[in-house]
Design a protein around this ligand. Structure first.
Ligand code: 13P
Length: 248
């Protein structure tokens, strides 16, 4: 099973979220058989997207973040039980934008992963190195350090582990070449593949490179930002992944 998902990051309204979810529900899911789709809207749209998806669309719903405590005086935060109550089945954690701009240290990421797992939700755990670490050839030690720390004291079996090199993410990101990723996925596969649900790739994924990225040994799915911010874009990548499954 390939895991192919998208985070909408801080984009969209209730109306656009509803429209997106309706397009997914209305599409022919046989195009992506063998693929587990997941979508991660902003928290404001979770319950509406849950309503549109219903309970048996086969498309998993996730939150972009959750606090490690269940409740309390944490102004502006949402807990795992709260995002679950709004319909989330997954929680994204450790994304480089959270680490860089919101102080999510390895310790914070570990606390969040523990809470997500304790509440029976599935973490989508992101790891990734900055450009200078990549240039110095220290990617593997950096990302396995992040993953080991995030997974400390946790049953990792439900975790989707997403490798997202920081230098490849977003509008200033560089599209990775196959050679950039082969060594990292080799190491991630050796170390985690038997223990987690899937090890996937994210960072400038688009319809042009999706199939090639899936060819890299150890890549078990894709985590897409910009190219899946429209339902049409996401559906196209799901169809590419479905076609990839049929060919293999
Ligand atoms: P882009 O696909 O826009 O580079 O974003 C990737 C990402 O951060 C997904 O979490």
């Amino acid at each position: 099973m390939l895991w192919v998902g998208t985070s909408w990051k801080m984009n969209g309204t209730l109306a656009s979220a509803r429209d997106y979810a309706e397009k997914l529900v209305g599409a022919d899911a046989s195009q992506w058989s063998g693929v587990q789709p997941f979508i991660i809207p902003p928290a404001t749209a979770l319950s509406e997207v849950r309503r549109v998806l219903g309970e048996d669309s086969g498309i998993l719903l996730g939150a972009q973040n959750a606090h490690w405590e269940d409740s309390g005086a944490w102004t502006g935060e949402l807990s795992v039980p709260q995002v679950a109550d709004a319909g989330a089945e997954l929680v994204e954690v450790g994304h480089s934008e959270r680490r860089q701009y919101f102080g999510d240290t390895d310790e914070v990421v570990n606390r969040k992963v523990r809470s997500i797992v304790a509440h029976g939700l599935r973490p989508v755990l992101c790891v990734g190195e900055p450009g200078e670490v990549f240039e110095e050839g220290r990617t593997v030690e950096f990302i396995t350090g992040q993953a080991d720390s995030a997974l400390e004291g946790v049953d990792p079996s439900g975790v989707v582990l997403a490798y997202e090199p920081i230098w490849a993410i977003g509008e200033h990101g560089r599209e990775p070449r196959r050679d950039d990723l082969v060594r990292a996925f080799d190491a991630l596969h050796d170390r985690y593949a038997d223990h987690v649900t899937a090890v996937i790739y994210g960072g400038s994924v688009n319809r042009g490179n999706a199939s090639g990225l899936l060819e890299i040994p150890g890549v078990e799915g894709l985590f897409v930002g910009r190219a899946a911010w429209s339902a049409e874009g996401y559906l196209e990548i799901l169809a590419i992944a479905g076609e990839w499954v049929r060919r293999h």
